[in-house]
Design a binder for this molecule. Sequence first.
Ligand code: FMN
Length: 315
Amino acid sequence: MEIDPVIREWLRLAAQAPSSHNTQPWRFRVDRAGVEVWTDPARSLPVNDSTGRERIISCGCAVLNLRVAAAADGQGLNVRPEQAGDGPFVRLLTGHQGGPDRQELAPLRDGIGARHSWRGRFRPDAPAPDIIATLVQAARQEGAWLRPVTDPECCGEVADLVRGATAAQWKNPAWRRELAHWMRAPSHGDGLPVGRLSGGLTRWSVRHLVSARAMARGEARAARAAPVLLALGTGIEGPMQWLTAGQALQRVLLEAARHGLCARYLNQPIQQAEWRPKLAERLGGGQPQLLFALGRPYGTPHPTPRRPLDEMLKR
Ligand SMILES: Cc1cc2nc3c(=O)[nH]c(=O)nc-3n(C[C@H](O)[C@H](O)[C@H](O)COP(=O)(O)O)c2cc1C
């Protein structure tokens, strides 16, 4: 079936979503009723994300982008998460009214191209309280919670968890190998971009040279220096909640992008199963799904590559 150019553009925008290690673990199926977003198990990260939680969160981010793209074109979508044998997927049926959701999502359209992840330093100024309140509300509208970690003592404790979990990750040779595997020249269209000539050396140092202690110290410092440290989570745990978390994350990030704000992820205590309950306890309960610093970057974030759309289509 030839895909309508309008829907093709929605899919292009959906694929601008963030994903762990830029794996782009989504597949799109288009038929007369609308679009389906499926996860792609072939693009999983068995060490970093053994349960597929982040893979499904990433697909949730793509779903939100699709909803925003349709809303900006004045189209409502009926969004139906469904459970299939190999995980959840989302049906987005076209030709609906859309209601208030459509009016609220449409202005986020420009944020899709403006949003980028950041791994460098932030300017010290914290986002204004009314911006934070908008972000908290954005997560709530998607059925998730967003908690700013503002108490200095709690912030210090969370930074200590980031340090411990980062050290554990970097002490695991399999985790290092998996990260190095996803470090690629931009021409690959996926993964974490490294120079075409220097990439081999970068991958070798990720596998063998980088000091776990130095990484841990650096990540803890980033948590402590965050203009604002934010945790996003759900009430309970499960694949449907991961889809919710992904849509909430992307709604928060697109709102943030409108104010020139970027996220630096500090997910390590969530990615490591044994550290997650400790983080949940410090945050006051619930299921933390993402932890990130948010601020205005020093410098300009570079866009990361995406694969050709045809590679993301499910026949
Ligand atoms: C669920 C999820 C988890 C992520 N975890 C991390 C992380 O632990 N560390 C990190 O530096 N980036 C993390 N990222 C950011 C991705 O690396 C980033 O989205 C990807 O490289 C694409 O780049 P972009 O966000 O600038 O488009 C995560 C993104 C998602 C959606």
